[in-house]
Design a protein around this ligand. Sequence first.
Ligand code: ADP
Length: 228
Amino acid sequence: MERAFSIFVISLSRRSPGEGGRIRVSFFVISAFACPAVVPRLRDEGGCFVICFPFCASCVTFPFMRRAIYPGSFDPITNGHLDVIERARKLFDEVVVAVAHNDEKQPLFSLKDRLDLLRETAGKIDNVRIAEFEGLLVEFARKEEAGAVIRGLRAVSDFEFEFQMALMNRKLDASVETIFLMPKEEYTYLSSRIVKEIARLGGDVSAFVPVLVARALAIKLKKNISTK
Ligand code: ADP
């Protein structure tokens, strides 16, 4: 909560000597904290100079904003991820879907491709922003001023790993809460891994992923086969 916003409007009104030559100075401070995005501007509006410090929308809402991070590999995004995003965005003012730089998993899609697919799907939903991060999730959450991390829970098999990760993140930063959301039943068996497997074997994945992703999978797998 250290950072907030400022709107200063200083208006200097000049009148011609015939009109009394008065200079009126008005100074309004609407809120006084420092925002690094603020750049002062000087405008001349017919003899009235207005110095204003415009503010960014995120600054205005910042003190009241409930933001959550939904981290993952999203290799690629599935309807299960979208279901979780839809649920999360009803609970938070903004959901940041964040792709982890994690080369250990040897993803099928490059980071850029995964981000592009996310932007074209989840990125079109209100209150959803797409981002990427490297390093510790709690540090990214702190940087984004997010109070929560969203994870999806499909089955008991997810639980052990997710539980361990949530407790470790809490140890690293107790101010970041992990929230688990369950998808619609029909998505509980869905994972990016299984979708890739079906696509690789020539199966139809259109019921599991957005059309754009199904198309990207077909192109990617054809390319992979032809380069082998
Ligand atoms: P990660 O590499 O972090 O597991 P994933 O992209 O596989 O990344 O998953 C990101 C998050 O979304 C995880 O919390 C995972 O449990 C959740 N998730 C993945 N698929 C589904 C699904 N079908 N329904 C609900 N949650 C899901």
